[in-house]
Design a binder for this molecule. Structure first.
Ligand code: PHE
Length: 370
């Protein structure tokens, strides 16, 4: 308990009459009182009143002793009282500071218990996201073609029939329109323009040539849409990368060389390519590119339907009719174009048997492709 001020007043007379030994005894008693009181301090509030009672500037015990004992002490006792007071003050201040730390720590512990925080538990680990496999595959394509001097272009996913069909030499009556089951957007009343979701990335060929004079060398990664029922090889949304190179002196050889180089860079040196005649309204001649089956090395297996080859993408030399739509000089220019399915490339390269896995985003699947 704090020492009442009366105590310090009362004993002043005793000091006056006393001897140095008597003074020391008084201080020893005081210190014992202080120690006893300090051990009862068990909260932040109790600590504050304890501190004020002992070292408070106005009403603390030490100030009272200084005023009532030291100042009026007779000269022969002043030194003894002064030294004893200093010693007591050092002890009191050290103990009060120590008690403060103890009270703070135990307040923290009490809060931890109250809030049920187990400070020994490890923290919550946060896992880092990674690029999606489709994005990784597109990045691979971009890396290969950027190294060949191509640049990356993009275009809108909502298109007009003009860009998706007409300017690619697919007029309204052309049967090729039926092969691409197209999502048309509902026409607002009174609207004149029909909109659709692009069925391939080829409209970006037209946008690119409209806005850039030749020569052009671009690839176009992007999403495309077709009215397909989802199954292990079909989806109403999938990804393509379009390629277009137009210049004054591009030959079919260059076209073949570029495609072969690209396939080897992507799948590795063992894979062979072959070109099969095909038909697209916007290329002439057109070719379907096959790669030797990467699962059986061309020997024949279930995946390649025992043919040893897997159909990879459509391509060809740009049909001169297309140049007419973009004000390119068909007499001076030639070039090639190709369009490949990114999802299919990813499935073949990484041995994925179901296209839907690429779109379900199950982390157990995604984690396998960090
Ligand atoms: N756009 C065609 C498709 O989606 C592919 C293609 C692109 C063919 C460029 C030739 C040239 O099927």
């Amino acid at each position: 308990m704090p020492i009442p001020l009366e105590y310090t007043r009362r004993t002043l007379d005793e000091i006056r009459a006393g001897s140095p030994e008597h003074v020391e005894q008084l201080f020893a008693d005081l210190r014992a009182d202080f120690d006893a009181a300090s051990s009862t301090v068990d909260s932040a509030d109790a600590w504050k009143s304890f501190r004020d009672a002992w070292i408070g500037r106005k009403s603390g015990v030490l100030s009272a002793i200084s005023d009532n004992w030291l100042k009026p002490a007779p000269p022969e006792l002043k030194r003894v009282v002064g030294a004893a007071l200093n010693q007591l003050r050092a002890h009191v201040e050290a103990v009060i500071e120590a008690r403060r730390l103890e009270v703070e720590v135990s307040a923290d512990q009490a809060a931890a218990v109250r809030e049920h925080v187990d400070l020994s538990l490890p923290g919550v680990a946060r896992s880092l996201g990674t690029r999606h496999l489709i994005r990784q595959t597109m990045d691979d394509f971009e890396r290969i073609f950027l190294s060949l001097g191509y640049s990356v272009a993009t275009g809108p996913e909502i298109e007009t029939p003009y860009y998706n069909f007409e300017a690619l030499n697919i007029p309204e009556t052309h049967p090729a329109r039926d092969t691409m089951d197209t999502f048309y957007l509902d026409l607002p009343p009174g609207a004149l323009t029909q909109y659709l979701l692009r069925t391939h990335t080829s409209p970006v060929q037209v946008h690119t040539m409209e806005s850039h004079p030749p020569p052009v060398r671009v690839i176009v990664p992007g999403k495309v849409y077709r009215r397909d029922n989802p199954d292990s090889t079909h989806s109403y949304m999938f990804h393509q990368v379009e390629g277009l190179a137009v210049d004054t002196d591009i030959t079919f050889c260059e076209f073949k060389g570029t495609i072969e180089y690209f396939i080897r860079e992507f799948f590795g040196p063992k894979v062979k390519t072959r070109f099969r005649p095909s038909y697209f309204p916007f290329t002439e001649p057109s070719a379907e590119v096959d790669a030797s089956c990467i699962f059986c090395d061309g020997a024949g297996c279930r995946i390649c339907k025992f043919s040893g080859w897997i159909e990879m993408f459509g391509s060809g030399m740009v049909d001169p009719a297309v140049y007419g739509f973009v004000n390119y000089d068909a007499k001076k220019l030639c070039g090639f174009a190709f369009g490949l399915g990114v999802d299919r490339f990813a499935m073949l390269k990484y041995g994925i048997s179901d296209l839907q896995l690429l779109f379900q985003n199950d982390v157990r699947f995604l984690r396998q492709f960090p």
